[in-house]
Design a protein around this ligand. Structure first.
Ligand code: MG
Length: 247
């Protein structure tokens, strides 16, 4: 069953999302060459705690940090470390907030200084594919209309969508039903209804979609070593259309 949120739930989720997007904006601005991924993580934790909220990922299935920070060929679930960020890198930052039991989830990919044209285009296409997916998040559409529009958009631009990780419902837990693949045919799966809240999160690769898991057991990396980007928003399906809660 896909949970339908009450008006009160939606208000709390909106508060959670607002905290998350404000934190993310600050983090995005702080990213620069010379910083370590651990620096970004510690700042994220500090900013979330300051808002009287909790980092949603820390301890989740044993994940050791506040943020997932994935650099270049890392797709998702990068573990913050003393790795130094360099000019020309692209850094995906995925953060979750738990405000009094109401969860929000968001990711962005940030270019560090000057990055090459391919990476720039990859970031742009991934961001816009999320937008294309969000547009489909309205009552009466099928769940896979989101998936299909993301995949079509990405492939039209010559990139590929990751198959091994998917978006998800979100609300009183970080991961709720349904799973939201970023690929597949349109007009399949459950019908979307007002009150559903979805974390839509395309992960897009410059080369092939195939990936493998790094030695730390967490981090997904592209098999061909080419770059990957990730954008995510928490979105409410409403009678007035999609409402982005993390904006
Ligand atoms: Mg997510």
């Amino acid at each position: 069953m896909i949970p339908i949120k009450s008006e009160e739930d939606l208000q709390m989720l909106k508060r959670s999302g607002r905290i998350l997007s404000a934190v993310m904006r600050k983090i995005e601005k702080s990213v620069r060459p010379g910083l370590t991924t651990l620096d970004i993580d510690l700042l994220s934790e500090e900013l979330i705690l300051k808002e009287n909220a909790l980092p949603a990922f820390k301890g989740y299935k044993g994940f050791p940090a506040t943020a997932c920070i994935s650099v270049n060929e890392e797709i998702v679930h990068g573990i913050p470390s003393p790795r130094v960020i360099l000019e020309g890198d692209i850094v995906s930052i995925d953060l979750g907030v738990n405000l009094k039991g109401y969860f929000s989830d968001m990711a962005v990919t940030v270019p560090v200084g000057r990055v090459d044209e391919n990476k720039k285009k990859l970031i742009e296409v991934t961001r816009n594919s999320l937008e294309a997916g969000i547009k489909q998040a309205r009552p009466g559409n099928y769940l896979s209309d989101i998936s299909h529009s993301i995949q079509s958009f990405v492939e039209e631009h010559g990139f590929s969508v990751v198959r091994n990780f998917v978006g998800h419902g979100i609300g009183k837990a970080l991961h709720e039903e349904p799973e939201i693949p970023n690929f597949g045919a349109a007009h399949l799966g459950p019908l979307l209804k007002s009150g559903m809240v979805l974390a839509i999160e395309p992960m897009v690769n410059l080369g092939s979609w195939q990936c493998c898991i790094a030695g730390n057991g967490w981090t997904a990396v592209t098999r061909d070593g080419l770059a990957s980007a990730h954008f995510e928003h928490t979105v409410a399906v409403t009678d007035k259309g999609p409402v982005i809660l993390t904006e």
